[in-house]
Design a protein around this ligand. Structure first.
Ligand code: ATP
Length: 244
């Protein structure tokens, strides 16, 4: 089921409200304009009319929220596969779930969950991909950002992009349901922009930990070699940044 709205505050907010009224599995909601797009932890996704493809997908799982820890990484793989389909082979992942070109952000993913830890549970998977950012929008974004208009070898029809991406999402989500993140881990690592790179881990209390990325665990945590040894970071409250 595909719903297309001229504008919504946020496609995630809209679908989260629909979960309890029995909205169908695999419903997708697209907004041509999001007036209050959201990122993680109260941050904002900046968009304008035609500036980005923004949509959310509702996916019901038999398993509980506890088993979904690698889900946002899995979703990142479907974006990479779709972008490769359109020849954007330079797109990479940034743990846990951003898409970069070079060191500039092309797309973001926001996953919100509802349900019991033991199951069943429902995920609302929100995606924003920059199509064509105006200078004004770029100025409102507090990190380097890029769009498909400048990164793609040819003009990409956003409807086609959505179709290809939904197919990849369905395939990846089915595989994730059966095998968890394990079967996707090697592919994820291959596309990680910061694999074996020096990074800063920004902690919620304002501290920073420096280290070198060693890999990803089977539940999607990041392994970093630090001065105190190998440390494991869960995505919840941590932000990863490169060291220039
Ligand atoms: P992390 O996920 O590593 O904690 P993040 O800063 O990318 O870091 P998210 O919550 O994933 O955080 O995304 C929100 C952030 O994305 C905003 O705070 C802003 O820096 C950036 N951002 C907002 N709009 C856009 C956009 N259209 N294109 C690229 N980046 C954007």
């Amino acid at each position: 089921k595909l719903e297309i709205h001229d504008y919504l505050e946020s496609t995630n907010t809209y679908l989260m409200k629909k979960i309890s009224s029995g909205h169908a599995h695999a419903s997708c909601v697209v907004a041509n304009l999001q007036t209050n797009g959201r990122g993680r932890r109260g941050r904002t996704w900046q968009a304008g009319l035609g500036a980005s493809l923004t949509f959310s997908l509702l996916w019901r799982f038999q398993c509980g929220a506890a088993a979904l820890s690698g889900l946002s990484l899995a979703v990142g793989i479907s974006l990479i596969r779709a972008l490769h389909h359109f020849g954007i082979t330079q797109a990479q992942l940034k743990w846990p779930n951003d898409i970069l070109i070079g060191r500039e952000k092309l797309a973001g993913i926001l996953i919100e969950l509802q349900g019991d830890m033991e199951g069943p549970s429902t995920a609302v998977i929100g995606v924003g991909i920059n199509l064509n950012l105006s200078t004004k929008i770029k100025q409102q974004i507090d990190q380097p950002a890029i769009d498909l208009a400048s990164a793609a070898p040819q003009t990409i029809n956003p409807n086609e992009l959505l179709g290809v991406l939904l197919n990849h999402l369905a395939e990846v989500l089915r595989s994730f349901e059966l095998q968890g993140f394990t079967s996707l881990r090697d592919e994820w690592t291959k596309h990680h922009a910061y694999h074996q790179q020096q990074v800063r881990m920004l902690l919620p209390d304002g501290r920073e930990i420096l280290g070198v990325v060693q890999g990803i665990t089977e539940d999607g945590n990041l392994l970093v070699e630090t001065t105190s040894g190998l440390q494991k970071f869960a995505s919840g409250e941590i932000s990863l940044r490169g060291v220039v």
